[in-house]
Design a protein around this ligand. Structure first.
Ligand code: 3UK
Length: 517
């Protein structure tokens, strides 16, 4: 059983504990030119916590906006807010003033800590959202900047005795449709994801060095790059910019051993593998989107490493169905993480027969709690979290992703899952990336359309279109083949590495309007 004490502050558990246990000299945070031990991190956390409480008047339960790329100061500020009993609202670096203003108002925020290099949008936000009373800048030489305030503050701070079920994080979903939703998580949730997914499936060691691309404002990055390493006293190497080149260079430079990123990034790294020495890597985790079997196999061929797929969601805080390294079925997401239950349900909420597609429902120690949002009732039904994904559970209990339920294509009466066609296209050598959507069609309702990004020297001509269509017909039931194929330079992706199918649908719609007129 996961028993946590009633009084629990996650900052004490993940940072101070290592100092108290005499291993405070171990490296906690690495970045270009920076190496902080747990002791050094704890001292910064204490100074910032004192600034928050004594200089800025923070009271337990107050929400604090954090804005920064993945930097050591972001980590220190994060734990300082938690240690002082505040609630972190971290925001993706690329968000604009309009989106930030929405978050400030929705989460009732009046204090922000912000990296001075992100000042432009933050200043616009402060003007547009007057309830935000104070912004304190870090990475700043200003007299009233965070570093100056820290210098004057004490390096000791007693953790706020928060309850294990006090909210400590409001993470906003990316909101591709409708307004973003704020998901609330407790102090104990932060430990639960370490003790369920990380310690039982990933099983890191204190000597590991974690690295990856997701922003810390995305719970995939928070868990994989901060909470999981800190739970076991390991180190994390932070990259401000984490494209494939930076990620490969970072693995080599910091001798990273555990990598967290999305499928696209594994594919992009494969194209550049020759240039970097990544022999230090021992574990790779993929989430955010389904990991196609072809990507798993290519990475395994080239590196000898078995990528561990896992599905997580902001609502669930982290991964709840995952592949164990020793039991991987490429193309399947895996089986429920210990302490979680998952099932595939039909339209009435009953468990679907094995092998039949349906909606994925899960429950466990973490779950969805939207901040004041009627959509709570859509996500949580009968005590189960219904994620909006269509899955199949096979007779051995493995879960296979089909599509986001909203993305299922219905063509001439057939239900077709775009990601399955994408996976088939990706087995063709000249396909680097691809995305499949349904486009309206008078006769068939929808037809399958593939957008393809070519690898290397390949030329996108009518011959290749036919070849790709034949390739899909040979791999899958022929009715699934893409009747339309368009070559493009780049796919639209979110900051969290997810394909934006709605943008492709918009592109297809405006192209067909242009054709018609
Ligand atoms: C999709 C996947 C297939 C799926 C996340 C790990 O992605 C995360 O959170 P988001 O709220 O999105 C959730 C949705 O993304 N998805 C994620 N992982 C997979 N689909 N296979 C996968 N392995 O549609 C899900 O409902 O952005 C991932 C940890 C924390 C996270 N927040």
């Amino acid at each position: 059983k996961l028993g946590y004490p009633d009084v629990l502050n996650v900052a004490s558990e993940l940072v101070d504990r290592h100092v108290e246990e005499g291993v405070g000299h171990r490296t906690a945070v690495l970045a270009p030119g920076v190496e902080w031990s747990y002791e050094a991190l704890a001292e910064k956390v204490n100074r910032i916590a004192n600034v928050l409480v004594k200089d800025l008047g923070l009271v337990a339960g107050n929400r604090v906006l954090l804005r920064s790329a993945n930097t050591p100061m972001m980590v220190a500020a994060y734990f300082a807010v938690l240690k002082a009993g505040g609630v972190v609202v971290a925001t993706m670096p690329l968000l604009r003033a309009k989106e930030l203003g929405f978050i400030v108002n929705k989460a009732e925020i009046d204090l922000a800590l912000c990296d001075s290099r992100l000042a432009d949008e933050m200043e616009k936000t402060a003007k547009a959202a007057p309830r935000l009373k104070r912004v304190v800048w870090f990475e700043s030489e200003a007299e009233d900047g965070l570093e100056a305030l820290m210098d004057k503050a004490s390096d000791r701070f007693d953790a706020c005795p928060t309850a294990s079920d006090d909210v400590c994080l409001i993470a906003f979903t990316s909101g591709t449709t409708g307004e973003p939703k704020g998901t609330m998580h407790f102090h104990r949730d932060m430990l639960a994801i370490c003790d369920c997914y990380s310690n039982q499936i990933l099983r890191p060691k204190a000597s590991d060095v974690f690295i990856g691309s997701p922003p810390l404002a995305f719970t995939f990055g928070l868990g994989g790059l901060v909470l999981f390493p800190f739970r076991v006293g390991a180190g994390t190497a932070l990259l401000e910019k984490a494209g494939p080149d930076e990620l490969l260079a970072g693995i080599e430079r910091f001798k990273a051993t555990v990598c967290f990123t999305a499928p696209t990034a594994y594919r992009a790294m494969l194209a550049k593998l020759g240039e970097a020495d990544i022999s230090s890597l021992r574990k790779c985790v993929s989430a955010g989107e389904a990991l196609p079997a072809a990507t798993w196999a290519d990475w395994h061929d080239r590196t000898g490493l078995s990528i561990m797929d896992g599905i997580g969601a902001t609502e669930m805080l982290h991964i709840f169905i995952a592949a164990r390294e020793e039991d991987i079925h490429p193309g399947a997401t895996g089986t429920p993480v210990p302490y979680y239950e998952a099932r595939v349900i039909d339209e009435y909420g009953n468990e679907a027969p094995r092998g039949q597609p349906g909606r994925l429902a899960v429950r466990g120690p973490t779950g969805c709690r939207y901040l004041a949002d009627p959509r709570q009732a859509d996500y949580v039904q009968d005590g189960w979290n219904v994620t909006g994904d269509t899955y199949v559970c096979d007779r051995n209990g493995y879960f296979w992703f089909k599509a986001r339920s909203d993305d299922m294509i219905v063509s001439a009466g057939y239900n077709i899952a775009g990601p399955e066609i994408e996976a088939a296209l990706l087995t063709y050598p000249s396909v680097a990336e691809c995305a499949v959507i349904g486009v309206p069609d008078a006769e068939r309702g929808q037809v399958v359309k593939a957008y393809v990004v070519l690898a290397g020297e390949a030329r996108g001509d009518a011959g290749l279109v036919r070849t790709l269509q034949e390739h899909v017909k040979a791999e899958l039931a022929p009715y699934k083949y893409p009747r339309q194929v368009e070559f493009i330079d780049k796919l639209p992706k979110t900051e969290t590495g997810k394909l934006q199918r709605f943008r492709l649908r918009e592109m297809a719609a405006s192209a067909s309007v242009a054709q018609a007129s």
